[in-house]
Design a protein around this ligand. Structure first.
Ligand code: GZL
Length: 351
């Protein structure tokens, strides 16, 4: 809006000047209309100047997980009018086409900035070119994309998250066999691709490990439960490790194993590795139900706002900012790759 008002303001002022210039000093109807238009534009300009809100569009993945809820709340609490922003927020409900259309609507609204947490890595070239043609900077946040025509990235390194999970498992098993089932995240999401790539790079270093099967649980609790139920039907008694690519899938997997009488966690038959380290995930880790929970920090909005402020000021800004992650393990587990959970850590968590 700020940008459009300035362009409208410039347009109207120029039109008024041209009309006035063309009609000379005579006080014709055209001149009066031009004077009114210029006065309106000036009034609007003053209003914008006093308001001076930076308009930001955020095309969010959806509402599939506790992580996503924390991320959405972080944006809504950061891009407020008090902080100088007008946020246009769209929840794309895990629908890639809808998310691309949301970005197109931001372009049509001529927002000042567009932020995208892309559901999938593919399919972004065309709409990003449209944003570029419209002169609207685009920040890719949370997940990565295949296209390169955007202005900045703020997110986490999900390949490193997968490597951390694998390194912890190697330390924990200390040479023992692992027969692994993987409940992957949403198909085509960079978080899924990254965690899989990172974890599998460590699996390749362990001849005593075997990934029996992997299926997508779509980063949801119901998806995690359905996949785990299917795995139990096919592989009961054959596996001792379940890797869930987010906490909500882990909750579903635990429900399925409870129903089948399969024990898990530090005192159970099955090791559970999860990702996100949300509050409930870390509660399960503190309780010893999840052995290792690798963090993926959803609190990214402040970093995005910093990039936007630098762009506003015409200053240099980082093209890529990786938000730091940790990993947490159940009490009684000491690790070089993860922090041993305590109640104090849980109480101090932001999400
Ligand atoms: C990771 C993020 C993933 C989380 C899931 O960066 O994109 O999406 O791990 C969420 O919980 O659904």
């Amino acid at each position: 809006m700020k940008r459009r008002l300035v362009s409208v303001l410039i347009g109207m002022t120029m039109a008024a000047a041209l009309l006035g210039g063309c009609g000379g000093s005579s006080n014709t109807a055209t001149d009066e209309a031009a004077d009114d238009t210029a006065a309106e534009a000036e009034a609007e300009g003053e209003e914008a100047a006093s308001g001076d809100l930076i308009t930001v569009g955020y095309a969010q993945v959806g509402h599939e997980s506790d992580w996503r809820t924390a991320n959405t709340e972080n944006y809504q609490n950061t891009f407020t009018a008090e902080n100088g922003y007008e946020l246009s927020f769209v929840d794309a409900d895990n629908d890639n086409a809808a998310q691309i259309e949301a970005v197109r609507s931001f372009i049509q609204q001529e927002l000042d900035y567009i932020v995208i947490a892309p559901i999938e890595t593919a399919g972004w070239d065309t709409v990003l070119q449209e944003a570029e043609d419209a002169g609207i900077p685009v920040i890719i946040a949370d997940r990565e994309i295949d296209a390169t025509n955007f202005d900045a990235f703020v997110g986490t390194n999900t390949v490193d998250e997968g490597v951390t999970a694998g390194n912890w498992l190697g330390e924990y098993l200390d040479g023992a066999e692992a027969n692994i089932l993987v409940i992957e995240g949403s198909v085509g999401a960079s978080a899924t691709l990254g965690r899989t790539e990172g974890f599998n790079s460590v699996v390749a270093e362990h001849s005593e490990w075997n990934i029996i099967d992997s299926q997508s649980g779509d980063f949801t609790q119901s998806g995690g439960q359905e996949v785990m139920e299917s795995f139990i039907k096919s592989y009961e008694g054959q596996f001792n490790v379940v890797v869930c690519q987010n906490d909500n899938e882990a909750y579903g997997a635990m429900d399925a194993m409870d129903a089948a009488g399969i024990t898990y966690g530090v005192d159970g038959d099955v090791i559970i590795i999860s990702f996100d380290a949300t509050h409930d995930g870390l509660q399960y880790t503190l309780d010893g139900k999840i052995n290792c929970d690798v963090e993926c920090n959803p609190i990214q909005a402040e970093v995005v706002a910093g990039v936007i402020q630098a762009m506003e000021a015409g200053e240099d800004y980082p093209e890529s900012t990786i938000v730091e992650d940790s990993a947490f393990v159940a009490p009684g587990i000491e690790s070089a790759y993860a922090i041993t959970m305590t109640q104090e850590i849980l109480d101090g968590r932001a999400y």
